[in-house]
Design a binder for this molecule. Structure first.
Ligand SMILES: [Zn+2]
Length: 385
């Protein structure tokens, strides 16, 4: 969908769901905080904030402790770099490694922070190099110690599992700050993971009851210059009622940012396709967008700008799942436009006989595909939005 298409999708949404007919979508931040039994007021929960004390005009590196003073929390502390400009200004919070088997995001963050000149920066850039150190050390998507997906555990729990405590630490010590330390934007940097290929993406939640926050996220995404910009409706009250860690909970870092009243955009890219270069350019463009670096961004129009409405619109894991295991043979490519029911590919046995056909569950653009492989049952074959 092009820009006009996205606008059409938005007004279509407003047509079907005028504000007074959306009683179940309680997306007000204060209401959501009250609904979420895990949310704590940061004023009582912030324990340590070394990065807020970092001297101006220099780069500071340290290990941020995870809540809970046990050996495991000490061993899995968060590696943080904060580059603080000579002049005060906005705080940009960048996090990588929520999933330990994704690497281009970590590399892009390292190299972006290394390239920053504190003298040229207004405000501060805070980079958490790897949030789920346990999954990184084990080369897995989720933490090995507790089997939990950090990107579904916010706002976390002070006395919970290691992953829940990491979420709690990020929610409070980083997102929960106030004044100029309150982030102007959070960017959780990801990749599609080792099994998927996809278009480099800046994504954001659409909060129907908070058009201002939604617009801040949309305009930040468009400023990145990434080729795909995708907004999807998000039901915060559903996340607030879901258990911590559940895959369909919606308890992502974007939700954590929502609880903190902070705009957030997340990025995805493919391994081995120089996505880290797109990320590095995008991060610098974001700093210009927020007036943290001088200059103006050269205009770049996204190749596709898409907005999806409906509950769960952004949950990629629910798209086009494999009904059985077998050899996955995709028949479409990234960026292809498909109609509902179009063939995306087939799952075969070793004689080349089809075991299952995967057809698009909706019309749209193919933004990601599973790479050709012996696919497991339940894996997502492709994402059409
Ligand atoms: Zn990820």
């Amino acid at each position: 969908m092009n820009r006009l298409g996205a606008i059409a999708a938005r007004s279509q949404y407003e047509l079907f769901y005028p504000a007074q007919r959306r009683p179940t979508l309680a997306q007000d931040i204060e209401i959501t905080r009250q609904q979420d039994s895990w949310y704590c007021k940061p004023a009582t929960a912030i324990r340590v904030s070394t990065w807020t004390e970092a001297p101006r005009g220099q780069t500071t590196r340290y290990t941020h402790p995870i809540v809970g003073n046990d050996q495991l929390a000490r061993e899995r502390g968060l590696p943080v770099t904060v580059t603080t400009g000579a002049e005060d200004g906005p705080t940009l919070l960048l996090i990588a490694g929520e999933h330990g088997n994704e690497y281009e995001n970590i590399v892009a963050l390292q190299e972006t922070l290394q390239s920053l000149d504190p003298a040229a920066l207004k405000g501060r850039v805070v980079g958490v190099h790897c949030c789920s150190l346990d999954s990184y050390l084990n080369r897995t998507r989720v933490a090995k110690i507790d089997g939990q997906n950090l990107a579904r555990c916010y706002p976390g729990k002070a006395d919970g599992t290691l992953t829940e405590r990491v979420a709690y630490t990020l929610q409070n010590d980083f997102l929960g700050q106030s004044g100029s330390h309150k982030p102007v934007c959070l960017v959780p940097l990801h990749t599609y993971g080792p099994g998927m290929l996809g278009a480099t993406l800046s994504g954001y939640n659409i909060y129907p009851d908070d058009p201002e926050l939604t617009e801040a996220q949309r305009s930040a995404s468009l400023a990145t210059g990434l080729p795909l910009v995708w907004g999807h409706e998000f039901d915060a009250s559903h996340a607030a009622a879901a258990p911590l860690g559940d895959d369909a909970s919606g308890r992502t870092a974007l939700y954590a940012a929502f609880l903190a009243g902070v705009p957030a955009i997340y990025w995805e890219t493919t391994w081995g396709m120089r996505g880290e270069e797109e990320y590095k350019r995008g991060l610098l463009r974001l700093m210009v967008h927020f007036d943290m670096l001088a200059g103006t961004n050269e205009a770049i129009v996204a190749r596709e700008q898409i907005e999806s409405v409906g509950h769960g619109a952004g949950n990629m894991a629910s798209h086009n799942q494999a009904p059985c295991e077998g050899l996955w043979r995709p028949t479409v490519q990234i960026w292809d436009r498909v109609k509902m029911g179009d063939l995306l590919g087939e799952i075969r046995n070793l004689y080349g006989e089809p075991l299952a056909q995967i057809r698009a569950m909706r019309a749209g653009v193919v933004i990601a595909l599973s790479r050709m492989q012996y696919i497991v049952q339940g894996a997502q074959c492709g994402i059409v939005v």
